[in-house]
Design a protein around this ligand. Structure first.
Ligand SMILES: Nc1ncnc2c1ncn2[C@@H]1O[C@H](COP(=O)(O)OP(=O)(O)OP(=O)(O)O)[C@@H](O)[C@H]1O
Length: 750
């Protein structure tokens, strides 16, 4: 058996499900290909490996890993990693390697005390050497902390995030309770914190560890959309994570409740599940929303309702608007307008083509005729843009409506808005579209900024996938039966006009649809071979669809259920990038992780970042508008890659340019293909969906419905007829544990 120490230079392949990894390790002067099972490892980490060399028939000599430990890196390696991490502007990985090769253990001393010697290295002028020395001096504290963190196997970019969060208190946090990292820093989960704790010597059943795991499980479950977890599920998940028996965990849940970190609620009599456990902030968010909804939900009571003459008046006005617009509303649509006048709150819901937009337009015109101030908003930039186009009135994102301040709230690191309970929106009527995408956090912020007396009208389609964030607001509001709802039923868009609409409704009702190539806007191509699907997809995007739908290849969107697998986002993006934006000498590139970014690539921001700055520049490069906030699902194009400044510039809708330092690239990914979940609220001229096989939990009716309704002019499904039919039949929507409905009902029954 061989024992080798080295650092992970490059992960060539990794199966995240079972941990099987192929990687390139550097040990002294030697490069070794290692294969084996690894839990979590990162490039740059130092490992001590036991294993045997084997000769692979194709790949040659490899070290087959039997066991391994993460080891403290040699100082020289830590220094090289630090220099190459992006911490010092002007030094990338290649230059860092050259510097450390030349000066070895003396590297930092030379940079600090004799920086002029750096100029002997190719690529470093005397001026650059001086700049590096100044930066090194300025960042001395940070550097020491980074080297300290890297001794615990924490890679460069993450170490920087940790340092930026804690500053010099990082040493204390790590020694006393490394599990705090999992609470405070995105990118650090319980598992990484646990590995660090393990190295420091914190015991497996320590209270800190169990409590951290319970909070971590609740937080993780919020990423699945839950606001709380039933106690049995929480205990099971925590026990699996900790490898500790459930009885040892239970008392810590009670302790967390005493500390007000979690809230425990009893089930309602009709429920068969046990107690409900909430992360405290989530419980109060729902409770606050319920209270605010309750305050806004004023209506003209039936006893002192409108006089017949008043109601006639309203109806006359609605009719006048219909005439003006050259339409005749159906009964439900008219009822929606009337209800919006009679109530402080209204929910308007219905499937595609049922006339929601037409109704909203009438409501807008009604209030505009009364000279009232109307604000329109939607959860995403794309949805807001669409609302502007269909209503002719300016619609903003909810974030913009609430005036995102760029700061984050201390207590929960969420967006801080200028508009809130102290500085509410000065509107008479607020109409929000695509409510199915609003999560509990955004809903709370929105409600805080609305005074009783302002009308709130919420429109959306409950059959769309629920929001990415926790909660299922629209569904809970409707289920509470405490708020006026108008559910539009009739499909106005005619069958000969759009099979997309007709099929979407059929899917929603669980009815099979015609899967063939005969429609004008809904195509199905039975293809059961992945390679053939790739080929057709490329042909459709590059040749056939652009002229057919009158859009560019860039606007044609591939939507897929999964991230992993041969038809998952990751592999599809690699393939589509090769065809749609192939390598070219004139296009700068940057290798990040397992892929490459290239100028011209279509990319997507994958999380909300309220502090990311954007600017719009004139053609002479002079900034003409500036702001903050780039959001989950925003799609843009890479305009520049600057190796020297170590940054990428992405241009989003409305020419908003955002600069990402290389170490922040974990916030974007290629977007030639995106998951159906991420596509919510967006509409594309044409959608291509490869649907071959996948897990039953995921491949359900809701997902297919959401994918199909993203397309404006054309849907093409490539794949298996059986899979599509099974999806339509599969009602199995993942259950979300939320309780806004319950909180509203409680308040209404008081
Ligand atoms: N009362 C009506 N009489 C005749 N046509 C109508 C009526 N209401 C809506 N329509 C027409 O039906 C089509 C769909 O309506 P609309 O766009 O308002 O629906 P929607 O629910 O907003 O659809 P989507 O969510 O798919 O955008 C439009 O062409 C619209 O002009």
């Amino acid at each position: 058996m061989e024992n080798v120490k080295g650092y992970v230079e490059h992960i060539i392949y990794r199966n995240n499900e079972n941990g099987y990894t192929v990687m390139n390790m550097v040990s002294g002067q030697e490069e070794i290909i290692c294969v084996g099972m690894f839990r979590t490892i990162d490039q740059g980490e130092t490992l001590q490996i036991d294993g045997n060399y084997v000769e692979h028939p194709v790949y040659g000599r490899q070290l087959k890993v039997e066991s391994y430990q993460i080891a403290a890196p040699d100082d020289v390696i830590s220094m090289e990693r630090y220099l190459g991490s992006g911490a010092i502007k002007g030094i990338g990985e290649a230059l860092a390697a050259r510097i450390v090769k030349m000066f070895g253990e003396d590297t930092f001393r030379i940079i600090e005390e004799e920086p002029e010697l750096l100029a002997e290295i190719k690529g470093i002028s005397e001026r650059k050497a001086r700049e590096i020395a100044v930066q090194m001096e300025e960042k001395k504290d940070m550097r020491e902390a980074m080297v300290f963190l890297q001794k615990y196997g924490i890679s460069g970019a993450l170490a920087m995030k940790i340092y930026n969060t804690y500053g010099m208190s990082v040493y204390g946090v790590l020694r006393e309770n490394p599990y705090k990292l999992a609470e405070d820093i995105s990118g650090v989960g319980f598992k990484i914190a646990d590995e660090i704790a393990n190295k420091i010597g914190i015991h497996t059943d320590s209270d800190y560890r169990i409590r951290s795991a319970v909070l971590y499980v609740l937080l993780q479950s919020s990423a699945e959309g839950h606001v709380y977890l039933p106690e049995d599920i929480l205990l099971r998940r925590a026990s699996e994570l900790l490898e500790v028996e459930e009885p040892a965990i239970e008392p810590q849940i009670a302790n967390l409740a005493m500390d007000k970190k979690v809230v425990i609620k009893m089930p309602r009599p009709e429920e068969d599940k046990g107690r409900k456990i909430y992360a405290a902030s989530y419980y109060y968010e729902e409770l606050n929303c319920a209270k605010m909804i309750h305050d806004l939900n004023v209506s003209i009571s039936p006893e002192d309702g409108l006089l017949p003459s008043e109601e006639n008046n309203i109806n006359d006005r609605i009719r006048a608007i219909e005439k003006e617009q050259g339409i005749e509303l159906d009964e439900l649509q008219r009822k929606a307008v009337l209800e919006s006048v009679k109530n402080g709150l209204l929910i308007l819901t219905g499937g595609p083509g049922t006339g929601k937009t037409t109704t909203i337009n009438t409501i807008i015109r009604y209030y505009a005729g009364e000279n009232l101030d109307i604000f329109l908003a939607a959860p995403t930039g794309r949805a807001a843009k669409r609302m502007t186009e269909t209503t002719g009135y300016e619609a903003r994102t909810i974030h913009r409506l609430l005036e995102l301040s760029g700061a984050v709230l201390e207590e929960n690191k969420r967006a801080k808005f200028e508009k809130n309970e102290e500085n509410p929106l000065e509107a008479d009527v607020i109409i929000v579209d695509e409510m199915s995408m609003v999560d509990i956090h955004l809903f709370q912020s929105l409600l805080k900024a609305i005074m009783p007396g302002t009308r709130l009208i919420m429109a959306g389609d409950i059959n769309q996938l629920p929001s990415v964030g926790p909660g299922q607001i629209l569904k809970d509001l409707i289920d509470s039966r405490c708020i006026p709802v108008v559910m539009l039923q009739k499909i106005f868009r005619q069958a000969e006009e759009s099979d997309i609409v007709v099929n979407a409704h059929a899917i929603n009702r669980g009815k099979q649809i015609e899967l063939n190539n005969k429609s004008k806007d809904f195509f199905f191509l039975e293809r059961n071979d992945v390679g053939v699907i790739y080929k057709h997809m490329i042909q459709l995007i590059c040749e056939k669809l652009p002229p057919y739908v009158g859009a560019s290849a860039y606007d044609i969107q591939v939507l897929t259920p999964m991230r992993k697998g041969s038809l998952g986002v990751e592999i599809l993006n690699g393939i589509l990038q090769e065809y749609l934006n192939p390598p070219d000498k004139s296009k700068e590139e940057y290798e990040a992780g397992e892929g490459v970014y290239r100028v011209g690539d279509k990319v997507m921001q994958i999380k909300n970042n309220y502090q990311l700055e954007w600017e719009v520049v004139s053609k002479y490069n002079i900034p003409i508008d500036r702001g903050m906030g780039v959001f989950n699902g925003d799609i843009g194009i890479i305009k520049e890659i600057n190796d020297y400044a170590q940054e990428i510039i992405v241009e989003y809708d409305e020419h908003k340019r955002v600069t990402y330092p290389f170490h922040q690239l974990d916030e974007i990914e290629l977007a030639y293909a995106v998951t159906i979940h991420k596509s919510q609220g967006s509409e594309y001229p044409a959608v291509i969906m490869p649907l071959l096989t996948g897990p039953k939990m995921l491949f359900n009716r809701n997902l297919l419905y959401t994918g199909v309704t993203r397309a404006k002019n054309c849907v093409t499904i490539l794949g298996s007829r059986q899979t599509v039919n099974e999806m339509i039949a599969n009602e199995n929507q993942n259950k979300r544990y939320t309780s806004l409905c319950e909180r509203i009902e409680e308040l209404s029954s008081l």
